[in-house]
Design a protein around this ligand. Structure first.
Ligand code: MLT
Length: 402
C-alpha cells in the first residue's frame, strides 16, 4: 500500500490566501449585491499592468519564438539565460552587493524557491522562523517533517525579532522588508543575524521579495550588503512586487559559492552545487519571453518605469497610514513595504475583524493570525489597489470605526 506524507495532517486545512478566497466566495454567493462593492486589499497582488518597456521586450521575444531562425527550446543550463543573470548581477552591484552572475539561478518566483530550497537540507534540522511570517516557510517545513521553532516579532520589539544566543537553530528564515509586518532590518540588525548564523554553523534563507519598496538609507536591499553573509546566507528574490510579475512569474535565488557546509563524512560541500543539482532534476527554467521581460526590468528605462509603479503603490500606503493616524490605530509598515500592519481595534481578534470588514463594509484584508500566533489581534492591508479604491476603502473604514 502506498504510504502518504502524513506531515500534511499537521498543516492548517488551507493555505492562508486560499482560505481567504474561499471565504470571499462564500460571502459573495450569499450576498451578490454587496459583493459588487468588494474592495480587495488582502493578497499582495499588483493591479498596474507591466511597464511598457517590459511589455515591449516580452512581445519581441514572443515573436522570436514564432520564427524558425529565432525559436528557442530548452535553455541549456537551466539556471537562466546569461543575459538575465548578468542583469541581476549588475543590479546587485548598483547597491553595493557583489553577486556574480554564476551564483544566481532564475526561477518562476520566490514562493517556489522558498518551498523547494528545503530539498538541499537533510532531516532533523531545527528551523527557526520569525513569527509572524509568510506562511510558506512554516508550511514547507511542516510538509518535510522538520522541527520548526519561532523567534517572536512583537509590538515591543518593533516586529523585528532578533537572535537569542541561547537557542541553537540550523536553518533560519528572515524576510526584510517583512511580509506581513512591513518592518525592515537595519544593516546592524542583519549583522547580528549573520554573526549568529556563523557562530552556529547555520544557514539563513533570506527573502528579499520586497526590497524594491525600501525608502530608508539605513535599510539594506540585500543580505549581501552585510559582511560575512556570503558564508551563511541564501537570498531569494522575486519580480512579483518589484515589477508587477505576480501573473508573469519570475524570480531568482542566490547561493554564494563561499557558502560551504560539511556533510556527515566531514567533506565540504558547496550548497550552490546541491541547489544546481536539485533544480537540474526538478525544474526546466522560465520561458524565454519572460526572461527577456525580466531583463528589461533591470534596464535603465525599466528601472525608471517600475519605480514609477512602486511610487504609485507607495502613495496608497500613505493614504492607508493617514486613515490609521486619523483613527488613532497603531500600525507599522508602509514606509519600506507595500503592507500596513495594524492593530485590530477594541482588542478584536484578527479573523473577527476580517469578518467585520468583509460583511459590514466589503473591504478585504488579511487577518494577522494567518501569519502566526503573534499576528493575532493584527491585520494586514496591502497598498496594491488603485488610488480610488484605496481612498474609498479608507473612507468606509473611517465611517465604520470612527
Ligand atoms: C502575500 O500577499 O503575502 C503574497 O503575495 C501571497 C503569496 O505569495 O502567496
Amino acid at each position: 500500500m502506498v504510504k502518504l506524507n502524513e506531515n500534511f495532517g499537521s498543516l492548517k486545512k488551507n493555505y492562508l490566501f486560499i482560505e481567504i478566497a474561499k471565504r470571499i466566495k462564500a460571502y459573495s454567493e450569499a450576498n451578490p449585491e454587496e459583493a459588487k462593492k468588494l474592495i480587495r486589499m488582502g493578497i499582495g497582488d499588483v493591479t498596474l499592468p507591466l511597464a511598457p518597456v517590459v511589455v515591449e521586450a516580452m512581445v519581441k521575444a514572443s515573436r522570436e519564438m514564432c520564427e524558425k531562425e529565432t525559436f528557442r527550446g530548452y535553455e541549456d543550463s537551466g539556471a537562466g539565460y546569461d543575459f538575465l543573470r548578468k542583469a541581476v548581477s549588475d543590479y546587485y552591484k548598483s547597491f553595493g552587493a557583489d553577486v556574480p552572475a554564476e551564483e544566481i539561478r532564475i526561477s518562476d518566483g520566490a514562493k517556489s524557491d522558498c518551498g523547494n530550497i528545503i530539498n538541499i537540507f537533510g532531516s532533523g534540522n531545527t528551523v527557526l522562523v520569525t513569527d509572524p511570517a509568510y506562511p510558506v516557510y512554516v508550511d514547507s517545513n511542516i510538509m518535510n517533517g522538520n522541527n520548526v521553532i519561532f523567534a517572536d516579532s512583537t509590538e515591543e520589539n518593533g516586529f523585528a525579532a532578533m537572535p537569542d544566543k541561547s537557542v541553537k537553530a540550523d536553518l533560519i528564515y528572515l524576510c526584510s522588508p517583512n511580509n506581513p509586518t512591513g518592518s525592515a532590518y537595519t544593516k546592524e540588525q542583519l549583522k547580528e543575524w549573520v554573526d549568529y548564523a556563523l557562530a552556529n554553523d547555520a544557514v539563513i534563507i533570506y527573502d528579499a521579495a520586497y526590497e524594491a519598496f525600501i525608502t530608508e538609507d539605513n535599510i539594506p536591499r540585500s543580505i549581501y550588503c552585510v559582511e560575512g553573509s556570503k558564508k551563511c546566507a541564501i537570498e531569494i528574490c522575486s519580480l512579483s512586487k518589484t515589477a508587477g510579475f505576480t501573473g508573469t512569474r519570475c524570480g531568482y535565488t542566490v547561493v554564494p559559492f563561499e557558502l560551504v557546509r560539511k556533510d556527515s563524512k566531514g567533506e565540504e560541500i558547496r550548497l550552490a552545487d546541491l541547489w544546481a543539482r536539485r533544480q537540474g532534476s526538478c525544474f526546466n527554467g522560465v520561458s524565454y519571453p519572460v526572461q527577456r521581460a525580466a531583463e528589461a526590468v533591470f534596464s535603465p528605462e525599466g528601472q525608471k518605469q517600475c519605480k514609477e509603479n512602486i511610487a504609485y503603490y507607495q502613495e496608497n500606503a500613505r493614504i492607508i497610514a493617514k486613515a490609521m493616524d486619523e483613527l488613532k490605530i497603531k500600525y507599522t509598515g508602509g514606509v519600506n513595504s507595500p503592507y500596513i500592519w495594524l492593530k485590530c481595534p477594541n482588542g478584536m481578534d484578527s479573523w473577527a475583524f476580517f469578518d467585520m470588514l468583509l460583511t459590514k463594509i466589503q473591504v478585504v484584508g488579511t487577518p494577522g493570525a494567518g501569519f502566526g500566533k503573534n499576528g493575532d489581534g493584527w491585520f494586514r492591508l496591502t497598498a496594491f489597489s488603485t488610488h480610488e479604491l484605496t481612498t474609498e476603502a479608507m473612507e468606509r473604514v473611517k465611517s465604520l470605526l470612527a
